[in-house]
Design a protein around this ligand. Structure first.
Ligand SMILES: [Fe+2]
Length: 356
C-alpha cells in the first residue's frame, strides 16, 4: 500500500526529476538548515517539538530512505503564522504540533492537505486522526490529576467532575485558559455535558482555585509540592520528566505526588496527541507522506513517544518503562477532530467564568 500511495503522490508532484528540482529551489531560497546543504531529496518539517531524540529519529529516517529531514522549530502558533505568511511559497512539507487543537486550526485555515495512506489509517485509531486525512496523531498524552499524597484522599477524586466539589475549595492548581491543553479539556466536557453543563463545571473549578492560574504544568506540580494547593491538572509527561530528571531537586518535587487517571469506568481520561499533517503547499508531498508513515513504524513509535514520556498511538507498541509503572488506563475515545470543533465554545466559557 505504501508503494501505491507514494506513486500517487509522486505523479501529483510530476515525477522524480521535478521533485529534485523543487528540493534544490527550496534550498536556494530558504536556507532552512543553514550551511552544509548538499542537495538530494529532502523533507522540510515545521515542528513545535524540540527533543534531541526526535532529531535522532529523523536521522534514522534519512538513513533508511535517503531523504534528509530539515527542521524548523518554533511554537505551533508561530509556525502556523509563518505558513500563512509564506502561502504557496512555503518550503514546509510537514507541520508537527503537540496538540490536535492546533492541527485542527491549521486545517481550518487551509494550511494542510488531505492524504490517504493505508499504513496511517491502519496504525492510528480513528479518534486520534482527522477523518479526512488532514492530520494524524503520533503520540498520546493524558491530562491527569496530580495530588499531594499526604493531604488528599484519592478516592474522593475520581473524575474531572469531582473537582467542583466544595471540599476542594482553595486547593486546585491549574495553568491559564489560554493554554490549549485546558481548552481541549474543557471542550471534552462540553462534548459530554453541553455548553451549560461545561460552564457550570468551569465555574465550579474556578471557585476552588488555590490561586489565579499561572505558569506551565511543571509549575502546578511545583506548587503542589510547596503546599500552595493540593491537586493539579497536568499532562502525564510533566510528571515523567520530573521523575526521571537528572537533578535530585526535581525528582524530590514528585516524591509526595500521586496521580489519578480520571473518569475510569466512565468515558475515560482526556487525552491529546502530538501529531502531524502534510502542508497544503508541500513541495515534497511524497517525502512528507513517507515521513509520516515512518513515524508509525514500531521503532519510531517507541522513540517518538519515549522522547517525552508519552504514549504511542499504536496499540501494539510497548510503553516506556516509566509509563508501565503507572499502569494501563481507559482513554476518552471522543474524536479529537470533534474536540477541535468545540475549542471555540470552550474559549467563550473560560471567558464567561473568569478562568484567566
Ligand atoms: Fe506540554
Amino acid at each position: 500500500m505504501m508503494g501505491r500511495t507514494t506513486d500517487r503522490l509522486r505523479s501529483m508532484a510530476g515525477g522524480g526529476g521535478v521533485r529534485l528540482l523543487l528540493a534544490s529551489s527550496v534550498l536556494l531560497h530558504l536556507g532552512l538548515a543553514g550551511c552544509g546543504d548538499v542537495g538530494g531529496p529532502v523533507v522540510n518539517v515545521y515542528s513545535h517539538r524540540h527533543y534531541d531524540t526526535d532529531q535522532a529519529l529523523f536521522d534514522r529516517f534519512a538513513e533508511t530512505t535517503g531523504i534528509r529531514v530539515r527542521v524548523v522549530s518554533a511554537s505551533a502558533d508561530e509556525l502556523i503564522a509563518r505558513l500563512e505568511r509564506e502561502g504557496d511559497a512555503s518550503p514546509a512539507d510537514v507541520l508537527i504540533t503537540v496538540d490536535a487543537g492546533r492541527l485542527h486550526r491549521a486545517k481550518e485555515r487551509g494550511l494542510l492537505r488531505p492524504v490517504e495512506s493505508r499504513i496511517l489509517s491502519n496504525s492510528i485509531p480513528p479518534h486520534l486522526r482527522d477523518p479526512d486525512g488532514y492530520w494524524f496523531g503520533l503520540t498520546q498524552r493524558a491530562r491527569i490529576l496530580a495530588y499531594a499524597r499526604d493531604r488528599v484522599d484519592a478516592t474522593r477524586l475520581t473524575d474531572y467532575e469531582s473537582l467542583t466539589n466544595p471540599e476542594w475549595e482553595g486547593r486546585i492548581l491549574t495553568r491559564s485558559s489560554e493554554n490549549i491543553y485546558n481548552v481541549s479539556l474543557l471542550a471534552s466536557i462540553v462534548a459530554v455535558h453541553g455548553s451549560d453543563g461545561a460552564t457550570e463545571w468551569a465555574r465550579g473549578v474556578v471557585a476552588n482555585f488555590a490561586r489565579p492560574p499561572r505558569g506551565n504544568d511543571t509549575d502546578q506540580i511545583r506548587d503542589v509540592a510547596a503546599g500552595v494547593g493540593d491537586v493539579a491538572i497536568v499532562n502525564t509527561y510533566y510528571i515523567g520528566r520530573l521523575l526521571n530528571a537528572e537533578d535530585e531537586a526535581s525528582r524530590e518535587l514528585v516524591g509526595n505526588i500521586g496521580i489519578i487517571f480520571p473518569n475510569q469506568g466512565g468515558r475515560g481520561t482526556h487525552i491529546n496527541v502530538s501529531g502531524a499533517g502534510v502542508t497544503a503547499h508541500a513541495p515534497n508531498p511524497e517525502h512528507a507522506l513517507e515521513l509520516l508513515e515512518f513515524m508509525v513504524s514500531e521503532e519510531a513509535q517507541r522513540a517518538f513517544a519515549e522522547a517525552n514520556f508519552e504514549y504511542p498511538v499504536r496499540e501494539d507498541i510497548r510503553w516506556a518503562p516509566a509509563l508501565e509503572d503507572w499502569g494501563t488506563f481507559q482513554t476518552d475515545t471522543l474524536s479529537l477532530e470533534r474536540l477541535g470543533e468545540l475549542n471555540n465554545d470552550a474559549v467563550i466559557i473560560f471567558d464567561r467564568v473568569g478562568w484567566r
